[in-house]
Design a protein around this ligand. Structure first.
Ligand SMILES: Nc1nonc1C(=O)NCC1CCCCC1
Length: 256
């Protein structure tokens, strides 16, 4: 299955990072996913290629006009259909959206095509959201200069979960939140050469070659990290039945 992602953005050049760097580049070169960007300026109806205007009711900044965005979205979905794909679900990246998590990333892998809408300035005309946007997704409770970086983060998270993208399927599965919907923990610490750095030695168990001890140590470190940094995730893992009796025994020792 190949994935087709269309992005509506005033800065298409930002997305070159995904097709020229790292894991996402290699997956793109292998045809596992495709990217098409659409600049709303090309769909502006006037000769000045206006894509924004002042807000009704006054206030600072500018608002993106609905018409150029709607036409760009329509062009993208038409192109997807011409490519034999369904017209993709339209997702607007904004702080008003539902917070992105691993579960949503995994569920979006069911969509062979998506249209990602990146806002700028103060946002887009609400009537666009009410007519052609299917869903709003937020990267977190902070404000970026535009939706592009959030869209790139979503694309990166999606691509690394696609089959055959990561050379070790286990590393995707071991992603901290790989099974957060069923109770993933935070990641364990990682070490590599040299054996001593900044006066700190690699934990001896990792040099022991005893894979059972190493796996136990890593699990226990993940439990400790999750307990101290994200007790909410630990509680969710417990509720999802993801903690073993050995986990619970270890955790009980921590609080005794
Ligand atoms: N946070 C976020 N998560 O997803 N997007 C975010 C963002 O901060 N986006 C910038 C805003 C800027 C005003 C226009 C609409 C997008």
């Amino acid at each position: 299955m190949t994935y087709r992602y269309d992005v509506i953005t005033l800065f298409p050049e930002m997305f070159g990072v995904l097709t020229t760097c790292g894991v996402t580049r290699r997956a793109h070169e292998r045809g596992i996913w495709q990217l098409q960007t659409w600049n709303p300026r090309q769909f502006a109806s006037d000769r000045y290629k206006t894509i924004d205007d002042r807000p009704y009711g006054g206030g600072p900044g500018m608002v993106m006009l609905a018409q150029p965005l709607a036409q760009a979205i329509d062009a993208a979905q038409h192109d997807q259909r011409v490519a034999g794909l369904p017209a993709g679900r339209v997702i607007y990246l904004s702080p008003q959206g539902r917070r992105l998590d691993h579960a949503r990333v995994v569920s979006l892998l069911a969509e062979p095509s998506l249209v990602l809408l990146c806002g700028r300035y103060e946002g887009v005309d609400e009537r666009l959201l009410n007519t052609v946007v299917d869903e709003e997704i937020s990267l977190g409770d902070f404000v970026l200069s535009g939706g592009e970086i959030a869209a790139m983060a979503l694309l990166d998270a999606l691509i690394r979960q696609m089959p055959d993208v990561l050379n070790d399927a286990a590393s995707a599965a071991q992603d901290s939140f790989a099974d957060v919907t069923t109770g993933g923990l935070l990641d364990c610490p990682h070490y590599t050469r040299p054996e001593v750095y900044a006066g700190q030695a690699v934990p001896p168990v990792l040099l022991s070659g005893n894979h059972a001890d190493i796996a136990r140590w890593r699990r226990q470190q993940a439990l400790l990290s999750t307990l101290s940094k994200r007790p909410d995730i630990l509680a969710r893992a417990r509720e999802a039945g993801q903690l073993t009796q050995a986990d619970e025994r270890f955790l009980a020792l921590q609080s005794s």
